[in-house]
Design a protein around this ligand. Sequence first.
Ligand code: ARG
Length: 461
Amino acid sequence: MKLWGGRFEKETEALVHSFSSSLSYDRRLAAHDLRVSEAHALALEECGVIDASEREAIVAALGELRAEMERGDFAFADEEDIHTAVERALVERLGEVGAKLRAARSRNDQVAADMRLFVKEESRRVMALLLELMGVILERAREHLGAVMPGFTHLQPAQPVLLSHHLMAYFEMFKRDAMRLGEAAARADLCPLGSGALAGVTFPLDRGMMADELGFGGITANSMDAVSDRDFVADFLYALCVLSVHLSRMAEEMVLWSTPRFGFMELDEAYATGSSIMPQKANPDLAELVRGKAGRMLGHLVSLLVMLKGLPLSYNRDLQEDKEGLFDAVDQAAAMLRVMTGALATATFDVVRMAEAAGEGFTNATDLADYLVRKGLPFLEAHAAAGRLVRACMEAGKRLEELSLEDFRAVEPRVDEDVYEHITVSACLNARDLPGGTAPARVEEALAEAEAWLESRRPRP
Ligand code: ARG
């Protein structure tokens, strides 16, 4: 059926109708679309296009539609999109009164408003899940305060660190994600209603009132931009993308740490999966899927940006392609957060294995060089001397701390008996005693700060 009145003599080809219909997915915007229509009805009443009783009838009918949709018994027909489905149902119920609601608006400003409401709401949902994961990170970090592990660069043993310091590196990443989510929500927080198809409308709608009704912080400034702007979707997708990149990095460490070759972590059985052929396997599939999905998230961001880049002002139907990627991205992000939160909360850390590994691979070589600096050597010479001592250890199959004083002095005569107390794992940790460092006292400070930050962000009851 043609909804757009008298201009056409032909019905739309079925193929074209199904090709262009978005109802199968934009029905997800139904609740937002109904709210937008209520605000519009109020504005129409204020400027005399409908009277109070008509507005009341419209709002009551919109309420019925909402209830039916929530119960799942609203009868969608084969409409082009959610906006036409709602309008069709209103006209069915209210006749002429229902048909009045289309005055002074367009699906172009309507869908922009729906999308902005959606982004605002979903960013809150993702934020709540993110804060939960951050809470679990802090719990595990506090529980394991004191546990040591090797820190890596290039995935080669580098210097000892606290497990809590390592875990809290993720807290910092997620803290930035929380800020990005908040910024994306703020970018979406302007109401485009009143922009009409592109140029504004000829009735004096109270745009500020509609924005207030819908909980927006303000109104958009330019009608042509407002109907074609999806930057707020790009901002949100970018925030979700970076978040999923962080989740993916964490997932990669779960994969590494849970392989027996590392043996740092064991996933709870409820979070590991078996093999159809190898009876011994307990695989970290969930972490691998998180890692895999990060690519899909980036795909959604790239699709949106590429879709936007060639659009002339103002609205173009290409913009309808903004939805499925967004919906999928937000669902995937929520699922990834949930599963990582559960996996991290239930995983077991093998702190004995980690502590052993912390001292393997000459992770105290930097501290030996720093010791020599304190004895007066320029760092370049200290580095070279420590390197020669590492070499000697490799040949003798020893650790640095297993060398005799004579062995040390053969390479560098300024070494004293006190060298041994400077190259233990705990000396290495304690020495990094500056803000941001891994010294236990600093990590405890950072943990307390992180806990306070999280507490301040938790939604109040
Ligand atoms: N389904 C459309 C979208 O999502 C709604 C706006 C359609 N506007 C139009 N003039 N065809 O973008």
